[in-house]
Design a protein around this ligand. Structure first.
Ligand code: SF4
Length: 202
């Protein structure tokens, strides 16, 4: 994994400079646990690469990576320290880091240690930041405004930053990204925090 084009991982400095983020996956694979997982984009990507890693622990393995893959964030951390600008990392775009699967326990511990060892990286979170967006793609299901508003209100009540990513549709930009007449681009505070999964929140 490397520099990502995913815009919500970018940091915009006050003077206008954009600091692009990275993606990092401790492993690939997951198990669908609810209706919201129905169109999991990560499952489709894994299948296209020929990896059968979506399913229950009893019947499905996970895809793991070697030492060079795990060293990459250390390089990013060193680069960020040299430049004096923290970098965001979208962690586990192809997995759920909190999944209950016996094969991932060791990699999960390795991930927590990696996060501690990379203080110049912002490991992007689920619990300290909510990214809300509708599904995109040929089979995208509609997203109701009440869902986005409810999430926003829950975030405001809990003082959690809220980022409205997209309404969705055939393409990710088809429906735009304004909610109630404006965009919602709140960001989490800088600092190392736990990770997120590939779920599209609706
Ligand atoms: S990665 Fe997230 S959306 Fe995909 S199956 Fe796992 S929990 Fe569901």
């Amino acid at each position: 994994m490397a520099i990502t084009t995913i815009e919500w991982t970018w940091r915009r400095l006050p003077e206008g400079m954009v600091i692009q983020g990275y993606t990092f996956n401790p492993w690939w694979g997951c198990h669908k646990v609810s209706q919201e997982c129905k169109h999991c984009y990560a499952e489709g990507i894994a299948a296209r690469y020929g990896h059968r890693v979506w399913g229950p622990a009893a019947t499905t393995a996970r895809r793991f990576f070697g030492a060079e893959h795990w060293r990459e964030p250390l390089h990013w951390n060193a680069q960020a320290a040299r430049e004096g600008h923290r970098r965001n990392v979208f962690c586990a775009s192809m997995a759920d880091v909190f999944e209950e699967h016996p094969a991932v326990d060791e990699a999960r511990i390795q991930l927590w240690r990696l996060i501690e060892a990379t203080p110049w990286l912002n490991w992007l979170p689920a619990l300290q930041w909510v990214i809300c967006g509708g599904e995109s793609g040929a089979r995208a299901r509609p997203m109701w405004p009440a869902w986005a508003r409810s999430l926003r209100e829950q975030c405001q009540a809990a003082a959690v930053p809220y980022f409205f990513k997209q309404w969705g549709g055939r393409t990710h930009s088809a429906g735009g990204r304004e909610l109630d007449g404006r965009t919602w681009d709140e960001m989490p505070p800088a600092g190392p925090v736990p990770a997120m999964c590939g779920q599209t929140l609706v």
